[in-house]
Design a protein around this ligand. Structure first.
Ligand SMILES: [Ca+2]
Ligand SMILES: [Ca+2]
Ligand SMILES: [Ca+2]
Ligand SMILES: [Ca+2]
Length: 483
């Protein structure tokens, strides 16, 4: 499948597929975080970076390995083998839910009778993440548990993957927000179409967001030391991969996604985000290698849904990730967040095939987002299906990348393509609507987003663009009453 993605991309963008950086020196340090914890963390990261530099000068193998690895990971990401070689589900963990009415002791007895190596409960949805013993296969464990009358369901812990690839060209403006038309300065690209964009400048005349509206970015983490993000990230978040309270980005994807949603805007630095004043909450569910387990996403959904900081609450969750399989525990976690009033936005997938990935395919809970381009054409990698709700720009989208991956003399921004870049435009849009009209429910906000786009691709609703490319201005501008 991944081969499909890459061969398609290679056809469209022969120069693409490695991360790119802007060639201007970084001036100033930008805005540091308002949150003390973030400030402290920034200090720590800088000290760590300093140590690392010193150590690599001394030829320390470990520290130079960090740097090389980071670069290698980017290269690996752009190889067609990356997804092909990955397993479909975890060979160590499964997800189990018991029928209601069973005591905790009884469930533990059952898990121990089946020789679980260890287990932990995801609260609120009461799903156990069970680690099976090495000598027992997950297939055997699942088969045995499914036969137990006390088990409601037992399913594999499927793998998630990211839905974007970096490109290696750099351009001077964000057509996605405001497309002036004319050349995009992309080698080999056609001319961009005037106003093939989400009309962000029109919407910003009315709404710029509320800092108490948090957008959780469930991804590879976020570089909260980035000059265009530091003031916008509310806390260091939670890392479900490494089980710690520091969702610092050791990949690049989550930082890119976070910038699209909410980079500090109108600050003489870098790029503009869609939701100017809303804040970002990072949850790390994808490893440095670009892979994740469903259980990490499930746990993160429950955590984000319950997260509060003063008056601030998560109102939107962005998931630029996807897996091929449905899973009951995932659907339950989505339902938990949705019922707490959270708008769930997910990428449709980058296989260029019919078939929307999960979680995007859960129609009852998620807005599934496909990718359009600078000409309002559907990207050839964008997955299609009746579950697709809307499209948003996902080709050559400029955003933030981690400082650690920025070469000296370059700015920490890069172009990326994928439905991963499309979903955060919609997440930022949802955050603007929620800021403007906090009483609206997720169902109502989903309707506004679906019923206000510009029709693109085939006439009317279609399986590639859904209702069309989002139009934030149409949704957020007050209606004028004409006499
Ligand atoms: Ca961490
Ligand atoms: Ca900025
Ligand atoms: Ca849908
Ligand atoms: Ca259409």
């Amino acid at each position: 499948m991944s081969f499909m993605i890459h061969s398609k991309k290679a056809k469209s963008f022969p120069v693409a597929l490695s991360i790119l950086l802007v060639m201007i020196l970084i001036i100033g340090t930008g805005h540091l975080a308002a949150q003390k914890t973030i400030k402290e963390k920034i200090k720590e990261k800088k000290a760590a970076a300093q140590t690392q530099k010193t150590e690599s000068k001394l030829g320390n193998v470990l520290s130079s390995k960090f740097n090389d690895d980071t670069l290698n990971k980017i290269k690996i990401m752009s190889q067609p083998e990356a997804r092909q070689s990955s397993k479909k589900y975890s060979s160590e963990k499964i997800l189990v839910k018991f029928k209601p009415g069973l005591s905790t002791q009884a469930t533990h007895n059952i898990l121990e009778a089946y020789q679980a190596e260890s287990y932990r409960l995801i609260p609120k949805i009461n799903v156990y993440v069970v680690r099976v013993q090495e000598e027992i296969s997950v297939e055997d464990s699942l088969a045995a548990l499914k036969r137990n009358p006390d088990v409601l369901y037992a399913e594999p812990d499927y793998k998630l993957h990211l839905l974007a690839e970096p490109n290696d060209e750099l351009f001077k403006y964000q057509y996605a927000l405001y497309n002036k038309g004319g050349t995009l300065q992309i080698p080999g690209s056609p001319t961009g179409k005037q106003r093939a964009d989400i009309k962000a400048t029109g919407a910003w005349d009315y709404v710029r967001g509320n800092p108490e509206v948090l957008v959780a970015v469930l991804d590879t983490g976020v570089d909260y030391t980035h000059p265009d993000l530091a003031s916008k990230v509310i806390s260091t978040g939670r890392d479900f991969v490494n089980q710690d309270d520091d969702a610092f980005d050791d990949h690049w994807h989550g930082t890119h996604v976070a910038g699209i949603i909410g980079a500090a805007t109108n600050n003489n630095e870098g790029i503009a985000g869609v939701a100017w004043n809303c804040q970002i909450l990072p949850g790390k569910i994808i490893s440095a290698e670009g892979e994740g387990d469903y259980s990490w996403l499930i746990e993160a959904l429950v955590w984000a849904a319950d997260y509060t900081s003063g008056q601030a609450r998560v109102r939107v969750i962005n998931m630029s990730v996807g897996g091929d399989e449905p899973a009951e525990a995932l659907e339950e976690a989505l339902g938990y967040a949705y019922n707490k009033g959270i708008i769930l936005v997910a990428a449709s997938g980058n296989d260029g095939l019919p078939g929307v990935l999960y979680p995007a395919a859960y129609d009852n809970y998620c807005l599934a987002v496909g990718a359009s381009d600078y000409n309002d054409q559907i990207a050839d990698f964008s997955n299609s299906g009746p579950e697709v709700d809307v499209a948003a720009p996902g080709v050559w989208v400029l955003s933030t990348i981690p400082m650690a991956m920025t070469e000296p003399g370059y700015l920490p921004y890069a172009y990326g393509s994928g439905t991963s870049m499309s979903a955060p435009h919609v997440a930022g849009f949802a955050a603007l609507i929620k800021s403007h009209k906090p009483w609206l429910t997720p169902a109502e906000i989903m309707k506004i987003i679906k019923y206000t786009p510009d029709d693109i691709h085939e006439a009317g609703i279609d399986e590639y663009a859904g209702y069309g490319r989002i139009n934030t201005e149409r949704a957020l501008t007050p209606f004028r009453i004409l006499k």
